[in-house]
Design a protein around this ligand. Structure first.
Ligand code: ZN
Length: 159
């Protein structure tokens, strides 16, 4: 039920209020008026940022899910921007640094997740001493999500 709360309780067409064919979690179709609604995983853009000294720049999440745990900057892609632009914008918002995007590290998606995470490598010309980790210092036991760990391992494999 947590996979799609918008459809969990839906029984009727939001346009004409007739009983609808609900196929949880993916769709609602109205046989009366033809209204159709399809639900899809949302793309989330993120960046594994390395600073001028080569350290990985992480941040502690301030809210659930994963409150207090480490991850890299990222967030939902807005209509009107590309996935790459979203990664740059989210990093500026969350780390207050400008980055240059590098290679695509990977796309992380599972059937029981509501998002599809797209992770890029990135660099900044600053030195982030506060939240910078060398490869040996990465906090593997305190990462926020399964995808955080996989993407960091893939980032390490590619450098
Ligand atoms: Zn309808």
């Amino acid at each position: 039920v947590t996979l799609n709360p918008a459809l969990a309780e839906a029984r009727f067409c939001p346009r004409c209020a007739a009983p609808a064919d609900v196929h949880y979690p993916r769709s609602l179709v109205c046989p009366q008026c033809g209204y159709k609604e399809f639900f899809n995983p949302k793309p989330v853009a993120a960046a594994v940022v390395r600073d001028a000294s080569g350290r990985f720049v992480l941040l502690r999440r301030g809210f659930e899910p994963g409150k207090g745990l480490w991850t890299f900057p990222g967030g939902f892609v807005d209509l009107g921007e590309s996935v790459e632009e979203a990664a740059i914008r989210e990093t500026r918002e969350e780390l207050e640094v400008d980055i240059e995007l590098g290679r695509l590290i990977g796309v992380y998606s599972r059937a029981d997740d509501r998002v599809a995470l797209v992770v890029f490598a990135a660099t900044t010309t600053l030195v982030c001493s506060q939240c910078g980790f060398t490869a040996e210092e990465l906090p593997w036991g305190e990462l926020a999500f399964w995808s955080t760990e996989l993407a960091l391992r893939d980032a390490l494999g590619g450098c």
